[in-house]
Design a protein around this ligand. Structure first.
Ligand SMILES: [Zn+2]
Length: 259
């Protein structure tokens, strides 16, 4: 049984995801040190207690998540819920890797790229680069799938694929050709999408003001779930990991979250 060292895995992940290019709200990379060698890796969206328990059940040596720990502005003390998660992971000798913005933005494995793939969106490219807008170029621009240009049909298509209801603001009979999306809690980038000429902005979550922005700008808005839109990046990263290190046993575990 061959194993991969923690350091080798860490270096490959940090390099592949270009973590040095990001200023983020949480540390990217190894957040908690566990066993020095790794065979079983579990991919997930969030390093919650329930997720860590599932990972330990399948004998994970490392977990790789999109939502790790140690967010800016949170209480840094290791107490209560935070203590429970960390104490449990230490007891299980789990390596915990978190990749936030680098995993949203990656041109191939990122959440935006993978959501476009899953939903069959066309991705606009300018001189070979993805057309983006918003802070950190986190919002992608493109087009709806062929035959799904009418917002009502597009909404139904998205609900079917993501297997959940989507909050929709707009006119379902309107046809769109230019759309923008950003996975997760990116409702604050709605104005950037409007400024970039998008006729629809799709993200995970909504805030009160998006209703008025959609109404008054005549731009449709969809909130399709923070978790639901961010399930795909870690899975693509898991596939890339398997290809790079065939000796690893890589599995994705989904802990459903309605938000
Ligand atoms: Zn997120």
């Amino acid at each position: 049984m061959s194993l991969v060292s923690r350091q080798t895995l860490s270096q490959w992940l940090n390099q592949s995801l270009q973590v040095h290019n990001f200023k983020d709200y949480a540390p990217n990379g190894l957040q908690l040190q566990g066993k020095p060698t790794i065979k079983k890796v579990v991919m997930g969206v969030t390093a919650s207690k329930a997720f860590l328990e599932k990972a330990a059940q399948v004998k994970a040596d490392a977990v790789i998540v999109h939502h790790g720990w140690f967010w800016k502005n949170e209480d840094p003390c290791i107490t209560n819920m935070k203590y429970e998660r960390i104490a449990y992971a230490i007891k299980q000798e789990l390596n915990v890797f978190g990749y936030h913005l680098p995993l949203d933005a990656h041109p191939e494995w990122g959440n935006n790229a993978q959501l476009a793939k899953v939903l069959d969106f066309g991705v606009n490219r300018v001189e070979g680069q993805v057309e983006t807008c918003g802070q950190g170029n986190l919002v992608w621009l493109g087009s709806p799938p062929k035959g799904k240009e009418e917002l009502g049909a597009l909404l139904q298509h998205i609900e079917t694929i993501l297997q959940r209801s989507v909050l929709f603001i707009g006119d379902k009979t309107k046809r769109v050709s230019r759309i923008a999306w950003c996975t997760g809690g990116a409702q604050g980038y709605f104005d950037a999408a409007i400024a970039a000429g998008a006729e629809l902005f799709l993200t995970g979550e909504a805030s009160e003001q998006v209703f008025h922005m959609a109404q008054e700008n005549g731009v449709a808005f969809m909130a399709a779930g923070h978790h639901a839109t961010e399930r795909y990046g870690v899975q693509a990263l898991g596939e890339a990991l398997k290809a790079q290190f065939p000796e690893l046993d890589v599995e994705f575990i989904d802990i459903p979250n309605p938000v």
